[in-house]
Write a protein that binds this ligand. Structure first.
Ligand code: ADP
Ligand code: MG
Length: 246
């Protein structure tokens, strides 16, 4: 099987606490994988390590022809990894002092080196795609939670990364805004980008994911198609978790 994203032995410790305990994961091009599992299990840390927001202690991350070994990653390799990954945060993490348009164009000028004019034009295209064509000049505080998260997603979309990482993108939202954000993610998930999403929305995971990965205690306990994991989970920990959330 060709892995577009190939994660091997990924390990992360906070002092003596081993939060990721040798994660192996292979994602095919365009595959949509949902990660589920109890809180405190290392799901966010895994995503953060893939974008080097947290520095892994050991293991390897390969995206296409780029391979980064945690033991001796160079600055250039880390930047290259960041260019190939887009991150959507639970709490949006928008710049409060920048407009929606500037939040989206920021990465294009800083990470991609685009001119301000070209980046602003691309940001306007994205604003249309995320249904906020008329809100480009608005600051985050003037937007609803759902609109802010759509900008957060737009910012990640703009970079046209190979791998999009979503960390519980709807868990900070008031219930009234969840639907529009899930709709936007659905529309992206039809594209060519490979998607790794941590979510507590089991129905959504079942619907959009090609594969479900269940994590517990810093390890992948079991993985399979949505019907395998939700319909016939093999591990007692998976069954216990699904009983709790279902
Ligand atoms: P999840 O996203 O599955 O809820 P996390 O990846 O956020 O889990 O956290 C996994 C574990 O790592 C938790 O025990 C958490 O307390 C710990 N942890 C996460 N970030 C840090 C940090 N910056 N410093 C120390 N411990 C951390
Ligand atoms: Mg988390």
């Amino acid at each position: 099987m060709t892995c577009e994203i190939d994660i091997a032995g990924l390990t992360k410790r906070f002092v003596t606490n081993t939060v990721l305990d040798g994660i192996d994961l292979c994602l095919k091009p365009g595959e949509r994988v949902a990660i589920i599992g109890p809180s405190g299990t290392g799901k966010s840390t895994l995503l953060r390590c893939l974008n080097w927001l947290d520095r892994p202690d050991a293991g390897r991350i390969a995206i296409g022809d780029l391979s980064v070994d945690a033991a001796h990653a160079s600055r250039a390799e880390i930047l290259a990894l960041r260019r190939r990954t887009g991150f959507v945060f639970q709490n949006y993490a928008l710049f409060a002092n920048k407009t929606a348009r500037q939040n989206i164009s920021e990465g294009l000028t800083t990470v991609r080196g685009w001119s301000a004019a070209r980046a602003a034009q691309r940001a306007d295209e994205i604003l249309t795609q995320i249904g906020l064509a008329d809100r480009g000049d608005s600051y985050p505080a003037a937007l609803s939670g759902g609109q802010q998260q759509r900008v957060g997603i737009g910012r990640a979309m703009a970079l046209e990364a190979d791998l999009l990482l979503f960390d519980e993108p709807t868990s900070a939202l008031d219930p009234e805004w969840v639907g529009e954000v899930l709709d936007l993610i659905r529309s992206i998930a039809d594209g060519r980008q490979t998607i790794l999403i941590v979510t507590h929305e089991m129905q959504f995971a079942r619907e959009i994911a090609d594969r479900i990965v269940f994590m517990d205690g810093g390890r992948i306990v079991e993985q399979g198609t949505p019907s395998q994991i939700f319909g016939d989970p093999q591990d007692e920990r998976t069954r216990a978790f699904l009983r709790r959330v279902g």
